[in-house]
Design a protein around this ligand. Sequence first.
Ligand code: BGP
Length: 470
Amino acid sequence: MKESIFDSHFLWGGAIAAHQVEGAYNEDGKEPSTADTLLVNEERFEHYGEYINQNKYYPSHKAIDFYHCFKEDIKLFAEMGFKALRTSIAWTRIYPKGIEEKPNEAGLQFYDDLFDEMLKYNIEPIITITHYETPLYLAREYGGWKNRKLIALYEKYARTIFERYKDKVKYWMNFNEINTLAIMPALGGGFHESFDDPSRFQRIYQAAHHQFVASALAVKACHEIIPDAKIGMMLAGQLSYPYSCNPDDVFANLKQSRQSLFFSDVMMRGVYPAYTTRMFEELNVQLEMKEGDLDIIKNNTSDYLALSYYMSSVVMSDTSQLKKIGNMSIGVSNPYLQTSEWGWQIDSKGLRIYLNQLYDRYQKPLFIVENGLGAIDILENETVHDTYRIDYIRKHIEQMKEAIQDGVELMGYLPWGCIDLVSCSTGEMKKRYGFIYVDIDNEGQGSCKRYKKESFEWYQKVIASNGEEI
Ligand code: BGP
């Protein structure tokens, strides 16, 4: 076989998250998380009780029933040749309200079984400690991550899972897409803010500080409990370009990119960057810190930077032109790029640019833990003719190769939603990413049967050839 650009330990696989696949939202002692209330619409957590019995929150409640079908699914991933699978642990399976003294044994046992099943096929578990699913109790009673008390509760939860799975899980990551806190605090922070309220930044950045300390304490605990493990941070990839070479546009872009790089700057370098002083002054933010917080952050930086990457955006200094592009990017259209059915600007070369930028900035290994194309798939003759997906992923792999040759250290590639799952932004099944089709619709109707799409066999070859046959 031709020598590959990817090294022999490169982690090929896929990515999913607990609340988007598991279902079983109230089984074996689990209590609701914010994800169980958020997926379908923007209803506030307070209304959860009124809706729960009306099946309005179908998707996360049943999802693709991975809780019961995981053995079948892991077998299919193994057939594709997966070397790694990223999923998350639902905090509410382990500590159902987040505050209990003792963990819930049934929840712990579920992940033992899941990890054993992966390891049976030599699939490395890559585990997100929390993926947009704060226990609902903590959101309602504590105000989510605005409350400093969550630091200790998170640390306890993290220590519990490190102790339990120390022989099975060697790759961990803290908060999924931690930088989305700045834009959508309901997702990762467990509290709602209105876009029209300028005072929201105070609460958002205070919550971010709490998550930084919590992450650093988890890094410390992980290194103590599992010395041969690696623990990373996870950033929603937000590459943006200036609209023109007008210095006003260039500066506007610099400022916007700092909104998300602020999060990785703190967690990868261990200090609040110099630009924070002015940024906080402008946003009227005054952080409350406890003595020792900054030392904890400084002494426990992340081992690697995990990122999602779907698209890029364009920034203009004239803010009246800006519109929402994709889930959380704000910008203007890029005439050089095509978009997905959901308006996400597809930019494979942007991946090379972004990987280079991040590596130049931190010089620590990068790990692509989400990438892919959400599309409306049609099941015909028990398969899906998803050449558009193959094309998208192929082009991104080509750019990964370029980035590696540019000198970037890349640990692996885990395309998002390797099996169809509930979409985060729409709360629907209609938007699909998988190599495996799941027969279930937005209302939860369907056989729940799994079918291999054309991309299944294609990706199998990619992995078997270590990225050479694309
Ligand atoms: C990321 C989230 C994932 C996932 C993905 C695709 O931001 O971490 O949970 O869902 O986006 O987004 P969507 O499902 O909205 O297409």
